[in-house]
Design a protein around this ligand. Structure first.
Ligand code: PLP
Length: 510
């Protein structure tokens, strides 16, 4: 039934085409490039049809166009397992209108941030892909985290059959709430380890294990293989296209817009995955006018959009929107490749410059294809002021990342006077960044304790404390392993029950 000539995936740096399921299993292409569809697919049903659909139905309509080697049953199975009662609203991604803009709340999943939108379906896409490609081993996800991604991945993979997940985090290098969220994680297949080192050491340790052939053989003998839940996996990108289509459909269903009316989308951006998904939605035929890219003080992308030069050689600034504190936006490579007319050679040249000199400049020709995008940034003071003003005017409380987006939207409006209806991607619940949010509203809140602040936020914002926060208040610590950096492989072996016999067979160096 599956036509091999259907949409496939190729690397942004050249190389062989693979099926969608193979691209999901591989994550990154062997040449270091990112997988992109051989052609961006179009929606094959009308906007008014979509307007009558549930989130799960829209997800199927969008994802089937990208994941062409999945059967209808397989894909619907993945969707139904992902977007269920883990979300605290049947709408999955509700729209809230405030001050004339529509906030698309992407934080109603297990860890109250937008990464749940993709990480709740990725485990199911991965296990379905493994089956399809006759992979017999169980998949072991290895992740190093500086806080947020680790928890979202743990929640996504917990108790998913055929998978195990091991997360390493720097002991003392994540916030107390982030640590508590991880070490209280339930699920027999989950394993959380603090390392006596920093995030870079955790990440290098994980990379070394991925590249360790002997360890790979030991795993294979024990019935396992490593995989990653990295944000460049197309299994994370494709599910993100869905909510833009869904949001448009909802605006149409609620008669906020007419069919075909163009809207703008504002996205608080870090790794460029979320806004790239909006760009893909536009290419599918969704009537989007401008893609507004919002940065915090780490404004590499703003500089890129204004000058055509991407330059990561600069000071790394810690802000109150930490998930956007990024100097290399990995997913931008997919846009660069497209701007270069899908020329893998030209793209590879620019990426080589980036890795060697930390910067590159695109040609004027490439720059001329950027008119869909508008970039700007918000500093810390402006971000806090936006939270306070929006709250005082409307009672609606947004988190710091969303506030960066709202601030940039204000700048865009002042500059352009554009009257198009606009969706702002709301990427985290204010309860995830309670202290920064409450301090923005009134600096006197800083004297309060973490959970006191949570209750106060609930009171002044008139919103229930999310389950994700309630759960960790007095949850039991289930993971207390701490290890030295050089003992990470040992810990992995122990968790997977790799026996001494297997170890001796492969005479591993550890
Ligand atoms: C990851 C994240 C972002 C950035 O999204 P990208 O896809 O990396 O651009 C923004 N806000 C929050 C809350 C996030 O967790």
């Amino acid at each position: 039934m599956v036509n091999v000539l259907d949409l496939q995936y190729k690397s942004t740096r050249g190389g062989e085409a693979v099926t969608a399921s193979q691209a999901i299993l591989k994550g990154l292409a062997e040449d270091g490039g990112l997988f992109v569809p051989t052609a961006l697919p179009k929606l094959d049903c009308s906007l008014s049809e979509l307007a009558g659909m549930t989130y799960q139905q829209v997800a199927y309509q969008v994802m089937k166009q990208f994941l062409t080697d999945f059967t209808e049953e397989e894909l619907k199975n993945c969707i139904n397992k992902a977007y269920d009662s883990k979300f605290d609203t049947e709408e999955i991604a509700p729209l809230v209108k405030a001050e004339g803009a529509y906030y698309l709340e992407l934080f109603h999943g297990a860890t109250i941030a937008f990464k749940d939108m993709a990480l709740s379906i990725l485990p199911h896409l991965l296990t379905a892909s493994a089956k399809k490609n006759n992979v017999k081993n169980d998949i072991v996800i290895l992740t190093a985290t500086s806080g947020d991604t680790g928890k979202a991945a743990l929640a996504g993979f917990a108790d998913v059959e055929g998978t195990k997940i091991i997360v390493f985090y720097p002991k003392g290098g994540v916030s107390p709430i982030q640590e508590k969220q991880m070490v209280t994680q339930k699920g027999k297949n989950t394993f959380v380890v603090g390392i006596n080192g920093n995030f870079d050491q955790a990440q290098s340790g994980v990379k070394a294990m991925f590249g360790d052939k002997l360890l790979g053989q030991e795993l294979d003998a024990a019935g396992y293989q490593f995989s990653s839940a990295n944000s460049i996996n197309i299994g994370r990108l494709v599910p993100q296209v869905v909510y833009y289509v869904y949001a448009y459909a909802k605006l149409l269903a609620n008669e906020e817009i007419k069919e075909g009316e163009k809207i703008n989308v504002v996205v608080p951006t870090g790794n460029f995955g979320n806004i790239l998904a909006a760009f893909y939605a536009k290419n599918m035929g969704l009537p989007i006018a401008k893609l507004i890219c919002a940065s915090n003080e780490n404004k590499v992308l703003y500089d890129f959009f204004t000058t055509g030069t991407y330059d990561k050689n600069r000071e790394f600034i810690l802000t109150t929107s930490p998930s956007m504190d990024i100097l290399i936006s990995s997913n931008l490579e997919r846009l660069i490749y497209k701007l270069a007319g899908e020329d893998a050679e030209q793209n590879s040249k620019l990426m080589k410059e980036l890795s060697e000199n930390g910067k590159y400049s695109i040609t004027d020709e490439m720059k001329s294809h950027l008119e869909d995008f508008y970039g700007n940034y918000a500093d810390e003071q402006q971000t806090a002021a936006t939270i306070k003003e929006l709250y005082e005017k409307t009672g609606y409380i947004i988190d710091t990342h969303t506030a960066v987006a709202a601030t940039v939207y204000r700048k865009y409006l002042t500059e352009t006077k554009d009257t198009a209806k606009t969706i702002i991607a709301s990427t985290a619940s204010p309860f995830k960044f309670t202290r920064s949010v409450m301090n923005a509203i009134d600096s006197r809140y800083d004297a309060m304790g973490d959970f006191e602040l949570v209750d106060e936020l609930s009171k002044i914002g008139n919103v229930k404390v999310p389950k994700a926060i309630e759960e960790i208040r007095d949850a039991d610590v289930l993971h207390d392993t701490v290890c030295e950096v050089d003992k990470m492989p040992e810990v992995v072996r122990k968790f997977l029950g790799i026996s001494v016999e297997i170890r001796e067979t492969y005479q591993s160096v550890y």
